[in-house]
Design a protein around this ligand. Structure first.
Ligand code: KIV
Length: 271
């Protein structure tokens, strides 16, 4: 059960309040109005227009070819139907390479209906986060496995193991200090994600990061059990099989996240 009223639209300050109240945040990706309407009506708090659209909608091998125009197109479609969920849109690869580019891309996304933009990484991205936040653009950070780093990483692998855990904890502090309002942690060992969450002044949303985060996100196609043509990550669960319909799947997911029963150990990395 969440203390945020079912009919009340989510706002950025309400996310911080949810963390203070210990209410879990439920997030899914969506790319079109049809699915977004079902998610919004069945208790999803945050919808992400992820650059995962490159892989699950466009059939690309990675998220790297996705453009700002692509994200704007899907953001426009989804934003038309939302009544309650807060809409977050990804800054695709290269769109956050400089403060000027990031501001221009973010303004396009906000004009399309996004209420927050997501940025992968820390380092020089801290200046970008500050640049946007100072200009009243809410930012969601994304740390751990950042799919836009796939060429450098050489694949999609669990991040933060061993000594790299200290770096992740520092980056999490830095993005919050730079002004981010939300932090996605992807493919991070459960104990590390729980520690980052306990230390973090902003809500964390896990994907492959265990049950200790303040909320959870999944890619819509994974959550519906669709074959993406790529190796299925350990943290993915087919909620359509459990829920019996798209609306039933969304309710099964929101209930499980709020009750803390998803993700369980089978869908997380113990170390
Ligand atoms: O692009 C995306 O869908 C994402 C999620 C995996 C968090 O970034």
């Amino acid at each position: 059960m969440s203390s945020h009223a079912d009919s009340k639209p989510w706002t950025v300050p309400a996310l911080a309040e949810a963390k203070r109240n210990g209410d879990k945040l439920v997030m899914l990706t969506a790319y079109d109005a049809g699915f977004a309407r079902v998610l919004d009506a069945n208790g999803v708090d945050l919808i992400l227009i992820g650059d995962s659209l490159g892989m699950v909608v466009q059939g690309q091998d990675s998220t790297l070819p996705v453009t700002v125009a692509d994200v704007v197109y899907h953001t426009t479609a989804v934003s038309r139907v939302l009544q309650r969920a807060l809409l977050v849109a990804d800054l695709p690869f290269g769109a956050d390479a400089t403060p000027e580019r990031a501001l221009d891309a973010s303004l396009q996304l906000l004009r399309a209906g996004a209420e927050m933009v997501k940025i992968e990484g820390a380092g020089f991205k801290l200046d970008i986060i500050r640049h946007l936040v100072e200009r009243e653009i809410p930012v969601c950070s994304h740390l751990g496995l950042t799919p836009q780093s796939v060429l450098r990483l050489g694949g999609y692998k669990v991040q933060g193991r061993g000594e790299a855990g200290e770096l992740l904890r520092r980056q999490a502090r830095e993005v919050a200090e730079a002004g981010a309002s939300l932090l996605v942690l992807e493919c991070v060992p459960t104990p590390l994600a729980a520690q980052v969450t306990a230390e973090s002044s902003i809500p964390t949303i896990g994907i492959g990061a265990g049950p200790g985060c303040d909320g959870q996100v999944l890619v819509l196609h994974d959550f519906l059990g669709l074959d993406s043509g790529h190796r299925r990550p350990k943290f993915v669960k087919d909620f359509l099989a459990e829920g019996g319909s798209v609306a039933g799947a969304v309710r099964a997911y929101t209930d499980a996240v709020r009750a803390g029963t998803f993700p369980d150990a089978e869908h997380a990395y113990a170390s």
